[in-house]
Design a protein around this ligand. Structure first.
Ligand code: MLT
Length: 312
């Protein structure tokens, strides 16, 4: 009977609200992406798709929450590149990254920006690097914890300039941005989904974008390589996951709904305003996300080991 029930419920899925866990604070880039996708998925599924923020430990607490959730398709996780880096950074993760989730699909790839409080003296990246080296014991770098995209980008920056700086962790770069705007923290490397409006409004300073080409929405911000940092090119891919054991019919229905959401005009337009775009339909699939996660774990493992930064 259990098998029959689960088969029947899988066929009529969804029958009630769905929750997508965001493993960072409200108001940050992961939250922004998720709320736009959730709204569009609600329309496609005919059920509310709610967003729950579970911050802490660089996104691993929220990921663990979903790894342990009922495998019925009603609790999902929207996480980014941090799912891959955390597999190396955390020696004692409460879940086995490659065996704890079903893959629904890729969502978007977002460039990062190296930004600062608006009155930080340096006017370009070269000046910022000199300033950081001269003040390495006082310059503060905000991030969203070990395993966050902002942590990875900050680590790449510090490795590139061969200067460790003081890092200040938050539960998300939403609250970190509040302190940057208030001048309580000096610099941050954060996704354009959280920084574009502030840069355009002049409330923070932007030194570089971590993309091969300048962004249409930020035409005056040089790329890392233009500004002299060749290895400063990282884009933050995001994926949608369900707990391991979620029925395949449910995973397929969710993948179709994600693809519909990524074709939604409002999602396309809002992503474009924030310097990004939806993943193509062929990437919003279980196979594409599985391949991406496996490849990225292998790609970042040596980089993290060379930087020697681990979470205990
Ligand atoms: C990150 O740094 O991983 C994210 O930007 C954190 C967030 O979405 O708040």
């Amino acid at each position: 009977t259990l098998a029959t029930t689960s088969f029947a419920s899988a066929q009529s899925f969804p029958e009630r609200n769905i929750t997508i866990v965001v493993p960072f604070s409200a108001g940050g880039p992961t939250d922004t992406v998720t709320r736009l996708v959730a709204e569009a998925m609600s329309k496609d599924l005919g059920q509310q798709v709610l967003v729950e923020n579970v911050g802490g430990a660089g996104g691993t607490l929220g990921a663990a929450r979903v790894a342990d959730a009922e495998a019925d398709g009603y609790t999902l996780l929207l996480h980014h590149i941090g799912m891959a880096t955390s597999a190396t950074l955390y020696r004692k993760l409460p879940f086995d990254t490659l065996n704890a989730f079903e893959y629904i699909g890729l969502v978007t790839e977002v460039p990062m920006t190296l930004v600062a409080r608006k009155d930080l003296e340096p006017t370009d990246l070269k000046g910022l690097i000199e300033y950081a080296k001269a003040n390495k014991d006082t310059v503060t770098v905000a991030n969203a914890g070990i395993g966050a995209a902002s942590h990875l980008c900050g680590m790449l920056f510090m490795s590139a300039i061969e200067t460790p700086l003081v890092t200040v962790p938050y539960k998300g770069t939403g609250p970190a941005m509040t302190d940057l705007l208030g001048g309580q923290v000096d610099i941050m490397c954060d996704q354009t989904t959280n920084t574009t409006k502030q840069i355009q409004g002049g409330t923070i300073k932007a030194y570089a974008v971590t993309a091969p080409e300048r962004l249409d929405v930020l035409p005056d911000v040089p790329t890392g390589s233009e500004a002299g940092l060749k290895e400063f090119d990282v884009s933050i891919w995001h994926g949608l996951y369900a707990p391991k054991g979620t029925p395949s019919e449910v995973v397929d229905r969710l993948s179709k709904s994600l693809q519909a959401a990524l074709a939604d005009q409002n999602v396309i337009d809002r992503f474009a305003e924030l310097g990004t775009e939806p993943s193509p339909a062929e990437d919003a699939t279980p196979a594409a996300l599985k391949a991406k996660l496996e490849g990225e774990i292998d790609r970042w493992k040596p980089v993290i080991e060379a930087a020697g930064q681990y979470a205990d």
